[in-house]
Design a binder for this molecule. Structure first.
Ligand code: PGA
Length: 249
């Protein structure tokens, strides 16, 4: 896995946005998965800017969601759908109906798994998967102990994930389950990017990069993907033992 350490959150966001744009330039009809959460908001801002100021054609690519909280949809501030649509998709010159496939957390989740799996199979797998890292090492809602042979799946959420969720909703909602792209989609992806910023992620980032390859730290399994890169800001890279070798700034 390639490691890129940028000096701060802004430069990390710009580097990841540039990487996504390169993917679209190389393959205009690429299928790209983008995550919810706080980490990617800077990337979304850069992509929206790029759509206005740079010559990037977003009209042929496709986007698929990573995950969603059970029973939540666009109307709940902090849901994955609200985040992605308000901060990115609605601001890009794209056809939302045709180019975006998103989990509906309020529908029959079993059918949602089939629908989203089929969308990815129809596109012959993800061209690029971008993944945030949870405080417990999860990617999407692939929690510690993950079965890496699963496609889309419904997951009972880990206690850490449930307690962290308050930062998105401003209150503790009953979020016992989530729906997520399973690990098999990431392992089949042509390319995977992990992203993490800030000091609070430094411990988990150290485990992901330098710890054992284990399904107890799901993001560590991304090291199995040949074409994978982790983008960090300096704070998130603080606990890496090989710090000076990895810094690219
Ligand atoms: P965050 O979430 O970007 O809000 O830190 C990451 C995650 O839980 O996957």
């Amino acid at each position: 896995m390639k490691i890129v350490v940028e000096k701060d959150y802004e430069s990390m966001s710009k580097a990841v946005a540039d990487h996504i744009i390169e993917t679209i330039k190389k393959k205009p009809n690429a299928l790209i998965e983008l995550p919810g959460g706080d980490t990617p908001l800077g990337i979304f801002k850069e992509l929206v800017n790029a759509s206005k100021t740079r010559n990037v054609d977003f009209s042929k690519c496709f986007f698929v969601s990573l995950d969603e909280w059970e029973n939540l949809g666009y109307e709940t501030k902090g849901s994955c759908k609200q985040t992605l649509f308000d901060y990115l998709y609605k601001q890009l010159p794209i056809d939302l109906e045709k180019q975006v496939c998103f989990f509906d957390g309020k529908a029959d989740l079993g059918k949602e798994c089939q629908r989203v799996d089929q969308f990815i199979f129809d596109h012959e797998n993800l061209d690029l998967a971008v993944l945030g890292i949870g405080m417990n090492g999860h990617v999407g809602f692939n929690e510690p102990g993950v079965d890496e042979n699963q496609y889309c799946t419904i997951v009972p959420l880990d206690a850490v994930t449930q307690s962290v969720s308050i930062k998105y909703f401003g209150e503790q909602l009953n979020v016992a389950h989530g729906i997520t792209l399973g690990f098999k989609h990431f392992l089949n992806a042509k390319e995977v990017i992990l992203i993490a910023d800030s000091e609070r992620k430094a411990d988990i980032v150290q485990k992901v990069i330098e710890g054992p390859l284990t399904n107890e730290v799901p993001a560590s399994l991304i090291r199995k993907v040949k074409n994978s890169t982790i983008y960090l800001d300096r704070q998130a890279s603080k606990k890496l033992k090989h710090q000076s070798l990895e810094a690219g700034y």
